[in-house]
Design a protein. Structure first.
Length: 186
């Protein structure tokens, strides 16, 4: 939270005035990055109320690659309504880009499926060490936490909505694989 508040102060102090579609204008800073140690908890903004159920449904909607707000409406999420056309379509928003990124040769890459496939297939500590630039002994020690997370991700890939109705499973996976990220699941 401290990093976020510091960023807001930096935007106020050093931000560049930009025009926007509403005519209100914005202050912006280009390329600012924040890094968070998830061992210290999930970086949720706490200066305002966050409706966790809406956040989860929005993420599931993204993961499905959907561009129509019908799923969101079925789950009482209205955050995207203002940008939808008369049919509820938003165009190529995040989920579409995650699940069907266009390539120059006309194909599409499913970035989420690619990551899930890599989590399932890259099993050796040597390969993981090479890819991450991390010691093999550290990878071996951590690997026992990755396998349950990989099976959890498989369940999300096959039935993404099921984890909302199975909080016990979700909580146990988060505890066993990512102990300090208890806010990822309800």
């Amino acid at each position: 939270m401290k990093q976020y508040l510091e960023l807001m102060q930096k935007v106020l102090d050093e931000g560049t005035q930009k025009n926007d579609r509403t005519g209100t204008g914005t202050l912006s800073i280009f390329g600012h990055q924040m890094r968070f140690n998830l061992q210290e908890g999930f970086p949720l903004v706490t200066t305002k109320r966050c409706h966790l159920r809406s956040i989860i449904h929005e993420l599931l909607w993204f993961l499905q690659g959907d561009t129509n707000i019908a799923y969101l409406h079925e789950n009482n999420v209205t955050i995207w309504d203002e940008w939808a056309d008369e049919n509820g379509d938003l165009g190529p928003v995040y989920g579409k880009q995650w699940r069907a990124w266009p390539t120059p040769d006309g194909r599409h890459i499913d970035q989420i499926a690619t990551v899930l496939s890599q989590l399932k297939t890259i099993r050796t500590p040597a390969v993981l060490s090479f890819l991450r630039g991390t010691s093999a002994s550290w990878i071996r020690w951590r690997w026992r936490r990755v396998t349950p997370f990989s099976s959890f991700m498989s369940q999300m890939e096959n039935s993404p909505v099921s984890f909302i109705s199975a909080p016990a499973m979700c909580s146990s996976v988060c505890r066993s694989t990512l102990p300090a990220t208890r806010y990822w699941c309800i």
